[in-house]
Design a protein around this ligand. Structure first.
Ligand SMILES: Cc1ncc(COP(=O)(O)O)c(C=O)c1O
Length: 418
């Protein structure tokens, strides 16, 4: 079965030594979403040496089929030749400079054509750059302050939305009003209480929070939010950072059938080259030129060349349909295997952004053991965060993944029973 073997158990000596060195000179050694504490320390690698297609190799030389895709950016394969050649070629001509290059315009024209709600786009680097700016635009447009945000939804690291309290003051969140995701009664209650100062709403296309199964919205969810925004002349923002280019090239709202005023995109837009995009309708264009928005590296041309090549690749290969199919194949396979072992799992999310948990398990102990045992044999599953597939994942990858998952399920069954 390819180069992976369910009988070979990985060890992580070099990763561990590097991590020990890191803790001496870097806060936490590795911080944020890549911190080892978010996986199962000791059962996962800490550092990656190289990556290619659907696979990566850690610093100990262990090979993995990857189901995190760098937490989303990798969508057409690591080191995709077409994307890398485009970026390299552009790098030789012009990187970051005093002024943007022609790709600034060419990519914007292409995205405006591709995204039905977009009359204009703007570029930055991180998802948080765009989500924060989108709130500023809503406030400037409406001259109102309150933005409704679904509770415990990740929108980035800035003070209004960071998930952890240290370093945040109540003032940072004074104009954020939290409502329960997918609960329209609660949404309407919060809206009514704030409607005199209501600037808008920010939503993700579906619920994809860590430590939860992914969940789809009810049929009236977006319709109601859209209507409330229209009635108040407020702004509906979709944070598509995590799902960009995986559900629909025109924006994930097309997949769900609604029209936000603004879309925040990042992660997959340049297959790992740093680029984020705000795309919005004409009504926000005036305020978008007024609300100061810039960054030293934001006009760099190589990521824009990478984005063009990523779009070519996805369009030519019908990548969205392919990822849906390959991800569903993975989820169906896991369901069947678990059932063979007398275990119950819940698979959730669209094919391109799949996830699995053990049914009715709140403490994730089965899931942690399952992911650790799969990872130690070369299938990198995150225990607590939705997964991603790419156009580089093959049917053979799924076959090998399921062979290794079979062993991991057996170990879970032995330890926990059904
Ligand atoms: C839905 C969503 N919004 C915003 C962000 C923030 O993006 P970035 O980490 O690039 O700032 C993320 C990152 O994971 C995300 O998943």
């Amino acid at each position: 079965m390819g180069t992976l073997s369910k009988d070979k158990i990985y060890s992580f000596e070099k990763s561990t030594k590097l991590f020990e060195r890191a803790t001496k000179v870097i806060p936490g050694g590795i911080y944020g979403h890549q911190s080892p504490v978010l996986c199962v320390p000791g059962s996962f690698p800490y550092f990656i040496e190289k990556a290619e297609g659907s696979r990566f190799w850690d610093v100990d030389g262990n090979e993995y089929i990857d189901y995190m895709c760098a937490y989303g950016p990798m969508v057409v394969g690591y080191n995709n030749p077409r994307v890398e050649q485009a970026a390299r070629k552009q790098q030789e001509i012009l990187n970051v400079s005093n002024l943007p290059g022609p790709l600034w315009v060419e990519l914007a024209e292409r995205l405006v054509k591709q995204i039905p709600i977009a009359d204009w786009v703007a570029f930055a680097k991180n998802g948080s750059d765009i989500t924060t700016w989108s709130l500023q635009l809503a406030r400037e447009y409406t001259k109102k302050k309150k933005v409704l945000v679904a509770k415990s939804t990740y929108h980035g690291t800035h003070a209004w939305c960071t998930p952890l309290p240290p370093g945040v003051t109540p003032e940072d969140r004074a104009n954020i009003v939290f409502f329960q995701w997918n609960d329209l009664d609660d949404f309407m209650k919060k809206y009514e209480a704030n409607k005199n100062d209501f600037a808008g709403v920010i939503v993700t296309p579906f619920r994809h929070e860590a430590f939860e199964n992914s969940a789809m919205p009810g049929p009236e969810y977006y319709k109601t939010i859209r209507k409330v925004c229209d009635d108040s002349n407020a702004i509906m923002i979709m944070d598509d950072v995590r799902c960009s280019l995986r559900l629909n090239l025109g924006g994930s709202n097309e997949y769900f059938g609604f029209k936000p005023d603004m879309i925040c995109m990042s992660k997959a837009v340049a297959n790992g080259h740093p680029l984020s995009v705000g795309a919005a309708s004409a009504k926000l264009k005036g305020v978008a030129s007024a609300v100061y928005f810039t960054g030293t590296y934001w006009s760099a041309s190589p990521p824009m060349a990478a984005a063009m090549a990523t779009l070519d690749e996805l369009e030519e290969k019908d990548g969205v349909a392919y990822m849906d199919r390959i991800g569903k194949m993975l989820m169906d396979g896991l369901q069947k295997l678990a059932a063979n072992h007398g275990l119950q799992v819940t698979t959730s999310g669209p094919g391109a952004i799949p996830y699995m948990t053990f049914a009715n398990e709140k403490d994730f102990r089965r899931m942690q053991l399952f992911s650790a045992e799969a990872t130690k044999r070369g299938v990198f599953f995150h225990p607590h965060h939705n997964w991603f597939v790419s156009t580089a994942h093959t049917e053979d990858d799924i076959k090998q993944t399921l062979e290794i998952s079979d062993v991991a399920f057996e170990i879970v069954k032995k330890k926990f029973g059904s």
